[in-house]
Design a binder for this molecule. Sequence first.
Ligand SMILES: [Zn+2]
Length: 243
Amino acid sequence: METTIVFAPHPDDEVLGCGGTIALKRKYNCKVLIVYMTNGENGKLEKFKPEFLGKMRQKEAILSSQKLMVSESNIFFLGFKDGKLSDDYIKALIKIKKILNYYKPQQIFIPFENDGHPDHTETNRIVINALKSVNFSFTVFEYPLWIWLQYPWIRETSIKQFVKKFIKSNISNSNFNLIKNLNTYVDISTTINKKSSALRCHESQLNRNNFSNINSLYDVGNGEFLSYFLKKQEFFHKKRSFL
Ligand SMILES: [Zn+2]
């Protein structure tokens, strides 16, 4: 039986990035494991204390995984610090190597290399480095998330802001790389409903009442951001080289 492991920096990333694909795999009885690097306790919700929010998001992740037909016994919370995953690089690397060597997955899903959030980039780096020492064959798929929020994907970002970003960072390069690199897509039309109901389980990230100065996922980019994840295809970068 084929085994897949999805690595999510925070609860909800796995649903947004590959929820439809997870449900599709489960429909055909493939084993899917989800590994949460952090509990997302620093989700900037002033209303909740981090410990409380972390527990809340764990519960949401369990419920949402059930909607994708992944049972609680196949999900793992590693509990590294939200927003500071790079501080625990060594610990995380050891842990991930153990998981990989134990389950020997044929397919591995991780966030896109330059996704624009430090924990996402770090999750990519840790898993890729852990994979360098394994002795089984596998395929890696990167899923884009926050990169959809950048110009040109979200129209409200002005040209002025785009130029600023272009000068200040390599975000624009990542965007052009993204177009070039999204070399695989999965038709999720038969599981899009499961993906939407899984997403709705992440209430802490969707409920507008929980937010003071930041937007709920519904409002990011005036709703355009979320719309990328509710399409009938999920796009991935199938990685061909690790060196
Ligand atoms: Zn995230």
